[in-house]
Write a protein that binds this ligand. Sequence first.
Ligand code: ADP
Length: 404
Amino acid sequence: MKILVLNSGSSSLKYQLLDMDSTTVLTTGLVERIGESIGAVRHKRFPGSPKEESFSYEMPIKDHAFGLTKVMDLIVAKDTGVLENISDVDAIGHRVVQGGDLFSQPMLVDDSVVEGIRKLIPLGPLHNPGHLAGIETARKLLPGVPNVVVFDTAFHQTMAPEAYRYAIPKEYYTELKIRRYGFHGTSHGYVAKQCAKLLGKPFSETSCITVHLGNGCSMDAVKNGKCIDTSMGLTPLGGLVMGTRCGDIDPAVIAFLASNKGLTAEEIDTILNKQSGLKGLCGYNDMRDIHARVSEGDADAELALKVFCRRVTQFIGQDLAVLGGCDAICFTAGIGENDAVVRQLACATLAPLGAVIDSDKNMHAPRGQAVEISAAGSPIKIFIIPTNEELEIATETLEVLRNQ
Ligand code: ADP
């Protein structure tokens, strides 16, 4: 079975074609700057591991249909492709960020599912319109190929109201559906399942904390295979400190900025999403740059690192308390998988709570592999587990098709 995974944004289209019989990636790539005067297509094919060939093109890409047509051409062309015919694609799995409380499972796309995603645009204004463009284009260009949508929010739909409701007037929930939804659910679900495998336990008996630290950062508390709490909220702005997003702050800061700086709601939203987090604290949003600045004695960079790690520790503590203990803490994504210093700082005070990090294992952890970094005998294991959202989307797409 060949599954094409699409992550379609307002001006971009990321894709990955997977052979699910051998669980290998055949091609991957990105169409960028759709609708601008000059766009770009970056395409990689893997004609035989570990061989990899990269191709790059610049051209105007007027819309998603043009972009996807180009991708389909690249997938079958002799010098760039991996398939004889585009009809060899068995199904398409689409990432959708906001599924609201309408979707708690991946769904086979039909008109009513498309309508549901459209209805959720007010809750996902930055993402859902781009996803819809990708879904509608795929349905048109590959008629007869089933499309499945996999929601970033779905894994969190098992949360109880006491976890997802905010303490604001009830009508804002009933009328506007303002509540905690949580994001990165595909990653959290994948990592939690991998954690169960590492522990040798059924997923339904596995309790863990999944710590996704990438450009965006979030954390899930998973009890017996079900998410019971998550750090992000109505939007991906809440919770942990991130590259450019502030995470949790006193909500009064917003009114304070509006009245003291005369900023509009939209301007404040941009500041909190794009100019805050690590970048706001020290001017850099990439953790690698921050470490380089720290080693040069930059006090702002050092503070940014400390604020980031302290928040991770706080949320682990909060999740541990809500879970009443757990089997494992799992670090994943760009920072979680690669940054030993962040993991060390985040776990430094957790030993009395049962999670004892082994500094040596942590510092020398091999890259790109699932490994344990807790000390022998630590009641709570600490793992690094590389995430793979595309594989999870492809796996869920297959499952939906098999259950039809
Ligand atoms: P995205 O949320 O875009 O999927 P990733 O999971 O790829 O993000 O994470 C990207 C972030 O990971 C970068 O901004 C960078 O801060 C961090 N990162 C990547 N490699 C390293 C590394 N070797 N050490 C520290 N941080 C890293």
